[in-house]
Design a protein around this ligand. Structure first.
Ligand code: CIR
Length: 255
């Protein structure tokens, strides 16, 4: 079932988080603001009934607070990934013992690479994006593991944006929020779609948590569309994560 969670693992950003990977140009991110926004994110999850496991910043890994990329978790397994960016390899080793408290562990092996940001769960189905970070080998390994755990999966090429979930979110089991680029994708024909407006693509990284949608601040068009559909909404400012190519889904591992 999409978006129903008991637990979330988060990791605080460290003072060096602005040295992580990014394609964004302009103002460098502000650490105090990032911490404040991260705190508000944790509080929002907690208010929605999620037990939040908070980890300390990981030294030498400025992107490690984007914990989503290090694993894919379903009811009966946690698959520890092999991140696609060399700079991030090693983050997964420190998440594994934490996940092992909750689920049996499986791993993506070389030469496979997977970033959790490329993996979208919709009902019992997993869409796996093949991107600059997730290769076909990694997608295949992940799909094989998920199949053994009763899930279906399909792979699809990621267009623009860093990850699949930069452009796609599951609002519920039947409905996807998509950027205009994804509206007519054959691989998504089974789902109803809400389309974010051109210029508001970033808001496609919306996060469904226990019946409520967490939506990034600053995208009024998306907000109106989601409100009109009757979804309860919580708007969160994630400006500093955005400067590092991250967003709402990236900052937690939920299960
Ligand atoms: C990176 O480039 O890997 C990080 N700066 C951003 C990762 C965002 N993660 C996500 O979308 N799941």
């Amino acid at each position: 079932m999409s978006g129903e969670f008991k637990t979330a693992i988060v990791r605080r950003p460290g003072p060096d988080f602005g040295t992580g990977l990014t394609t964004a140009t302009g103002e460098p991110p502000d650490f105090e603001k990032a911490l404040e926004q991260h705190r508000a994110y944790i509080e929002a999850l907690a208010r929605l009934g999620v037990d939040v496991v908070e980890l300390d910043a990981l030294s030498r890994f400025p992107d490690a607070y984007f914990v989503e990329d290090t694993a894919v978790v379903c009811e009966t397994v946690a698959v520890v990934t092999r991140p696609g960016a060399e700079e991030r390899r090693g983050e997964e080793e420190s998440i594994e013992p934490v996940l092992a408290r909750f689920r049996p562990i499986e791993r993506i092996g070389s030469p496979g690479t997977v970033d959790g940001g490329d993996v979208l769960e919709v009902g019992d189905h997993f869409l796996i994006g093949v991107s600059d970070r997730t290769n076909e080998e990694g997608a295949g390994q992940l799909g094989e593991i998920l199949s053994r755990h009763g899930k279906t999966w399909s792979a699809m090429a990621v267009g623009s944006g860093l990850h699949l979930k930069s452009s796609l979110a599951a609002l519920d089991d039947e409905t996807l929020l998509v950027t205009p680029e994804y509206v007519n994708r054959q691989e998504l024909k089974a789902w109803e779609k809400v389309v974010v407006e051109t210029g508001e693509e970033y808001a496609a990284n919306t996060l469904a948590v226990n019946g409520t949608l967490l939506v990034p601040a600053g995208y009024p068009g998306v907000l109106r569309k989601l409100e009109a559909r009757g979804f309860p909404l919580v708007v969160l400012d994630v400006s500093e994560a955005r400067r590092m190519d991250g967003g709402l889904s990236c900052m937690s591992l939920r299960f």
